[in-house]
Design a protein around this ligand. Structure first.
Ligand SMILES: *Cc1c(COP(=O)(O)O)cnc(C)c1O
Length: 373
């Protein structure tokens, strides 16, 4: 690979994973396929212990994907029909789907344009007697302002949507150990990605953990698999995916450091351009740059210009949840979440992944400067 004259720059490139991990993955596939332990197994248990430990939480329950992680955690918190759950619209739509899947009504609050995350002041105003939980999103890998959110939430449970923020930190605590519980996704492009779908619920609460454990396996009783305590579903993390995640977890901090170094290079290089830079580390915290999202005027033209020069820019997310056909009925018409709508119009995601090279970053900035000139 040339590090001198990068031309085509992908948004993300999973094929650049360390060769050693690919070799270990082949051995792992061989080992698991011979063992026949495809659903429950030792690797699932070991990964759960290791990821709980990584997050600084007592419990981790591997589940099928990030959306189910959020859904099952909410159900375990007692969320269901008749409840309201407050979240943001400036997110991947799964945050909203997970709430609606419990039968509860999603309630949107606007983001703070400074953090791009839930505005704690607006959260306080959105809480009603029906509010059963709060779902802040650590958007793009930057921790939401959890101190203020937890203060506004009072006794209500707070579920971190940590799908983009494995290893991010606030006040010395990792995401997943800050709220009542957290939902993680191991979708392949996330900071910690499986080779397929996966997710996890992380919590310190033993009762909540036991309920999620039961829900992911047909509501079964831990002591008697033929006794079904509650309606559940098939929502387990595969033992094979858990084994693959165990190979990757020891590299997560180094990969996050590489993302942070890439972000730092972008910041310096973009300084003179008419581009809104993303917020950096929160005070005493650590941003893990799942995505590097800038803001520009005339975004669609800029994105098209980047793509014409083979720079893989993207938009996260062009249409906020409350303006999607699926969620328009929730009582938030266009104009009701102005900061969310402005962010959706201006946001532009530049390529970032642990293996991105300096020359690729420089090429992205060079093309962006041309397009903006
Ligand atoms: C990826 C993601 C999810 C959903 O995770 P899946 O594993 O794709 O179901 C939820 N919330 C956010 C913010 C995400 O980025």
């Amino acid at each position: 690979m040339s590090h001198v004259a990068a031309r085509t720059v992908p948004l993300v490139d999973l094929s650049r994973l360390d060769a050693a991990i690919f070799a270990q993955a082949r051995e792992t596939f061989e080992r698991i396929s011979r063992s026949g332990a495809f659903t429950f197994g030792d690797d699932l248990e070991a990964f759960e212990a290791e990821f709980a430990d990584y997050c600084g939480a007592a419990h981790c329950i591997g589940v099928s994907d990030g959306t189910d992680a959020l859904r099952l955690a909410l159900v375990a918190m007692g969320v269901g029909p008749g409840c309201e759950v407050v979240t943001v619209s400036h997110t991947f739509v799964a945050s909203v789907e997970a709430i609606a899947a419990t039968g509860a009504d999603p309630v949107f609050v606007d983001v703070d344009p400074g953090t791009r995350c839930m505005d704690p002041a607006r959260l306080a105003a959105a809480i009603t007697p029906r509010t059963a939980a709060i779902v802040p999103v650590h958007l793009y890998g930057r921790p939401a302002p959890m101190d203020e959110i937890l203060a506004a939430a009072g006794d209500l449970p707070v579920l971190e949507d940590a799908a983009q923020a494995h290893g991010a930190e606030l006040n010395g605590q990792r995401t997943g150990s800050i709220g009542t519980a957290a939902g993680f996704s191991f979708y392949p492009t996330k900071n910690l990605g499986a080779m397929g779908d996966g997710g996890a619920v992380v919590t310190d609460d033993p009762e909540l953990a036991a309920t999620v454990r039961s829900l992911r396996h047909h509501g079964a009783d831990a002591a008697d698999a033929n006794r079904h305590l509650r309606p559940g579903s098939t929502a387990r993390l595969d033992n094979l995916q858990a084994a693959l995640l165990r190979l990757k977890l020891p590299h997560l901090d180094a990969w996050n450091d590489a993302r942070r170094a890439a972000a730092k290079r972008y910041r310096v290089a973009l300084d003179d351009l008419p581009v809104g830079l993303p917020p950096g580390d929160p005070d005493g915290g650590r941003h893990v740059y799942h995505l590097f999202v800038v803001e520009v005027e005339d975004r669609d033209r800029v994105r098209a210009g980047l793509r014409e020069s083979e720079v893989g820019a993207a938009v996260h997310y062009p249409t906020p949840a409350h303006l999607q056909p699926a969620w328009r009925g929730l009582g938030c018409p266009a104009g009701s979440l102005p900061h969310t709508e402005t962010a959706a119009r201006r946001c532009l995601t530049l390529p970032i992944f642990p293996e991105i090279t300096d020359s690729e970053i420089d090429r992205v900035v060079e093309v962006l400067a041309e397009v903006l000139s």
